[in-house]
Design a protein around this ligand. Structure first.
Ligand SMILES: Nc1ncnc2c1ncn2[C@@H]1O[C@H](COP(=O)(O)OP(=O)(O)O)[C@@H](O)[C@H]1O
Ligand SMILES: [Mg+2]
Length: 404
């Protein structure tokens, strides 16, 4: 039986993002509600014209009180039948899952969401499925940690179990440094994991999943590893891999096994992998969201697929109606982003016709290039990264908070 009343989608967004999701959900015929942070009330640019209503949660640095959020949404549900709850930012996944569990709304519950938010949980699950992960250990039992340090040669990476954007991640060179770092963490230790630092290149696969099937996936490779850029500065780059290349095939196959093992039913995922210099393809991290750092724009420029909009279509279809992904264009694309010492750096001086997008953000320079030729994208990225670095390059301390 077709649904008679229109579907109501409640989007949860502690940070402002995902306009294309909201627009598409509306286009698909849904009523669209947005629950966002009160601190964004005066400065936001949410697309009001597609929102049926907007609600604000009081926040402390964009974090909401979980009990208050459950109360607020339950209150809303007295008069509204909420059909879907969709978290637009990584930090909103747990909130959305808690709300779904409380209101008994379909979608990922708290157990599945944990595999997309908690780096320890996702590793354990991936390993169980026979996927290679860097040797790791939960920072919990000190005798086990000591044994790990004896068994696995340094350097290691000490990382928080749930945060993004290389925040709080540290490379650790020896045991002395490790115990000092753990001492500083005090009773926060158990929110961390320790793992072997794997020498290699870092890649990402961005996917659309519907009813546990990968309907679209595209593999890309970062220029320098994100940790190097986050800690050392310089230009961040990523580019779409050559279609049909052995690297691409390895990553797509690994990605398929990973998402199946982690149980993603429908939605989008940004997952990262390291191709180690030892020849092994390692799983690094995954998420059930659109990749940040303008990767969605890169993919749209090269393929025509807007991951936000497709995610909205997938959510509205909800396993009840068929979902067909639009045929992707097969162009190649590359993205570069750099901090800039100028407030509004002038990137119009770069006149290559392949430049299809320019970032408009204070103290940032960013470009996307698109070409039917894989090698041309590489060449352009190299030239432009060097010029942007010379013209705008700024070295700033590593970020302490996400999204700034
Ligand atoms: N085990 C590892 N070996 C080598 N590099 C790593 C390892 N873990 C993380 N990194 C580096 O740190 C970056 C961020 O780590 P990641 O686990 O992706 O966390 P997030 O992106 O959420 O901050 C990676 O892109 C990579 O450059
Ligand atoms: Mg990462």
């Amino acid at each position: 039986m077709p649904e008679t009343t229109p579907l109501t989608v409640l989007a949860i967004a502690s940070y402002e993002k995902g306009h294309a999701f909201l627009r598409q959900a509306k286009k698909e015929g849904a009523r669209v509600f947005l629950l966002t942070s009160l601190s964004l009330k005066d400065s936001n640019t949410w697309p009001r014209e597609v929102l049926d209503d907007i609600f604000y949660m009081p926040d402390e640095h964009k974090r909401w009180n979980r009990d208050d959020t459950i109360k607020a949404v339950s209150y809303l549900a007295r008069n509204e039948e909420i059909g879907r709850i969709v978290p637009l930012d990584d930090f909103d996944l747990e909130t959305a899952a808690a709300l779904r569990e409380h209101l008994r709304i379909p979608g990922m519950g708290e157990t599945t969401v944990r595999h997309f938010r908690d780096k320890l949980a996702m590793r354990m699950k991936a390993e169980e499925a026979g996927i290679a992960v860097p040797d790791f250990i939960h920072v919990l039992n000190h005798a086990k940690l000591r044994a790990f340090c004896e068994r696995v040669p340094a350097p290691w990476v000490l990382k928080p179990r749930s945060s993004a954007g290389a925040i709080g991640i540290r490379r650790i060179e020896n045991q002395e440094q490790l115990w000092r770092a753990l001492d500083e963490l005090g009773d926060q230790q158990s929110h961390y994991l320790l793992e072997r630092f794997v020498e290699g290149a870092v890649f990402h696969v961005d996917s659309i999943v519907y009813e546990k099937e990968i309907r679209f996936a595209i593999a890309s490779g970062y220029g320098r590893p994100p940790m190097e850029v986050a800690h050392g500065g310089g230009v961040f780059t990523t580019r779409i891999l050559k279609r049909g290349s052995p690297q691409e095939q390895t990553l797509l196959e690994l990605n398929q096994r990973l998402l199946a093992a982690l149980g993603l039913v429908r939605g989008v995922s940004h997952s990262e992998y390291i191709l180690g210099t030892d020849g092994t393809a390692y799983f690094l991290e995954t998420s059930a969201r659109v990749g940040g750092a303008h990767i969605a724009e890169l993919i749209e420029c090269a393929t025509g697929i807007n991951l936000w909009a497709e995610w909205a279509r997938v959510e509205v279809a909800g396993g009840k109606t068929p979902y067909v992904v639009p045929a992707p264009r097969g162009d190649y694309g590359g993205l570069l982003v750099s901090l800039a010492r100028q407030e509004w750096p002038d990137t119009s001086r770069y006149e290559e016709p392949e430049i299809v997008w320019r970032l408009k953000k204070k103290h940032h320079a960013g470009l996307i290039v698109v070409s039917p030729f894989y090698d041309r994208v590489g060449e352009l990225l190299e030239i432009l990264a060097q010029r942007v670095n010379e013209d705008c390059g700024a070295v700033l301390p590593p970020r302490e908070t996400p999204h700034d």
